[in-house]
Design a protein around this ligand. Structure first.
Ligand SMILES: Nc1ncnc2c1ncn2[C@@H]1O[C@H](COP(=O)(O)OP(=O)(O)O)[C@@H](O)[C@H]1O
Ligand SMILES: [Mg+2]
Length: 268
């Protein structure tokens, strides 16, 4: 590789950039209504990408394309290509169980199962994998809770019902329960919208740790949050990806007037 004064050139960095999710000509309809129009997008490996835009512009819909959650919605039609690690995930022989292990999702409202903390963490393993020994399950519980910084708080409460935890702890647990099946990608749909500012900050800090191991896509209508946590940002409006690029650039020197109007608060 050519190195100038010990620094890589912008072009070289671009060429080395690894892409985990790529969409080409992505269109999505709910019945007659087109919710996503012609989206071309490349999501970088082990970075945080934020999708911003006003309510109803297709952010959650786009996120659900990446693990084919929209398949569960009647009348939802997807066209175009969606590649994850170079594989077209909409080919008919796609293994949906493997896809959803690889691409985990957390939602606006924390939704732990009405089970114990322990059972929440091992739930995915019990469904997806062959029987494991109790000691192995114990290890998964400990390592997953450590990854989301809940172990110290919960190690003596593993049998407590998860719904009794604070909302922040529930959301951490919802992230933790994705981890035993070894995802590569974490999709987060407004994960802090039910949390207070302190909890929000702690979840944002956690995201910075998690991105060392996972590619993260976060939907947020909170622009400050996008600016704080993400390296790359996509601005969506009425189903289109209006602009996509480095977060610092989108928030300081957007190319499109509509992006500028949105980030300066003229609408949305
Ligand atoms: N299950 C569905 N059936 C029909 N229309 C839907 C469905 N889900 C979302 N929509 C519509 O698709 C558009 C995009 O919705 P959504 O992806 O939820 O937007 P956002 O997450 O940006 O608020 C909205 O007009 C919404 O009403
Ligand atoms: Mg949404």
């Amino acid at each position: 590789m050519k190195v100038i004064n010990g620094e890589k050139t912008g072009k070289e960095m671009e060429a080395e950039k690894q892409i985990t999710i790529k969409t080409k000509n992505l269109n999505l309809h709910y019945g007659d209504f087109q919710a996503i129009t012609n989206v071309h997008l490349e999501i970088t490996t082990k970075k945080i990408t934020a999708l911003i835009g006003p309510s109803g512009c297709g952010k959650s819909t786009l996120l659900r394309v990446f693990n084919r959650m929209n398949d569960l919605i009647d009348d939802c039609q997807v066209t175009g290509q969606i590649l994850i690690d170079g594989q077209d995930i909409y080919l008919p022989d796609t293994d949906l169980i493997a896809l959803r292990k690889k691409v985990g999702m957390v939602f606006q409202r924390p939704n732990p199962f009405p089970l114990s903390v322990y059972e929440n963490i091992v739930f995915g393993l019990k469904i997806h994998e062959q029987k494991k020994k109790k000691s192995e399950l114990d290890d998964y519980v400990e390592s997953s809770l450590k990854e989301v910084k809940l172990w110290d708080k919960l190690k003596n409460k593993l049998n407590s019902i998860a719904l009794g935890l604070s909302l922040e702890q529930q959301q951490r647990l919802c992230i933790a329960r994705l981890l035993p099946v070894k995802p590569d990608i974490l999709l987060m749909d407004e994960p802090c919208s039910t949390l207070d500012p302190n909890s929000t900050q702690r979840i944002e800090d956690l995201m910075q740790v998690l991105k060392q191991d996972y590619t993260i896509v976060i939907v947020t209508h909170n622009m400050q949050q996008a600016a704080r946590v993400s390296e790359e940002t996509g601005f969506m409006f009425l189903g289109e990806l209006v602009e996509y690029g480095k977060t610092s650039k989108i928030f300081t020197r957007p190319l499109k007037k509509r992006t500028e109007d949105y980030i300066t608060g003229r609408f949305g």
